[in-house]
Design a binder for this molecule. Structure first.
Ligand code: AMP
Length: 189
């Protein structure tokens, strides 16, 4: 089973993906986590990526598509995967479709967590205070920038999947458990 979990920063994608990984034994692929690992390695690419992440902008489609391609070809994705944070642009979505089609695979569900922006700002502030401000992109200015990038470049991915009749919207303002139940209902259908 191959799933895309979709939603603006702070919507709860990571939390729900971890639960899906546990329940269905499919691989959670978080592009944000992968990029942060590259940054932590202090490679030249990592330094370039850090500057982009800190500004709230997006890493280039070429880098992201290559990264995802090598992951979904891995043995731990054979049973399926949950994409968290990818695709974030329409060209990324198109490239994903092409790479999956070439292998006779496809996406089964696109789950969109729908949340209110002001609630997101307080969620992210809470996350920053819990982490002691560990994520440089978890401050209010960068979050506002990330939300703008989301509206301009990522939200257009939704109609792309709506056109393929794959998109299911979930009220992301419910409790974590209620969101999990809603997801399980959709997947179990
Ligand atoms: P996240 O943890 O998913 O919110 O990602 C943190 C940051 O990594 C984003 O603000 C982007 O700068 C970058 N990033 C993650 N996934 C992607 C993607 N699919 N395309 C471009 N940039 C990405």
């Amino acid at each position: 089973m191959n799933i895309i979990i979709f939603g603006p920063p702070g919507a709860g994608k990571g939390t729900q993906s971890a639960r899906l990984q546990e329940k269905y034994k499919i691989k959670h692929l978080s592009t944000g986590d992968m990029l942060r690992a590259e940054v932590a390695s202090e490679s030249t690419l990592g330094k370039q990526i850090q500057a982009i992440i800190d500004s709230g902008e997006l890493v280039s489609d070429n880098i992201m598509v290559e990264l995802i391609h090598s992951c979904i070809d891995g043995v731990d994705c054979k049973k399926g995967f949950i994409l968290d944070g990818f695709p974030r642009t329409v060209p990324q979505a198109q490239a994903l479709d092409e790479m999956l089609k070439a292998e006779g695979r496809g996406i089964d569900h696109v789950l969109s967590l729908v949340v209110d922006e002001d609630a997101l700002v307080s969620r992210i502030q809470e996350r920053a205070s819990q982490n002691g401000g560990a994520r440089a992109d978890d401050n209010e200015d960068v979050l506002r920038q990330r939300l703008q990038v989301y509206r301009e470049q990522t939200a257009p991915v939704l109609p792309y999947y709506e056109g393929q009749s794959l998109l299911r919207k979930i009220d992301g303002m419910q409790s974590i458990d209620q969101v999990t139940d809603a997801i399980n209902q959709i997947i179990g259908q």
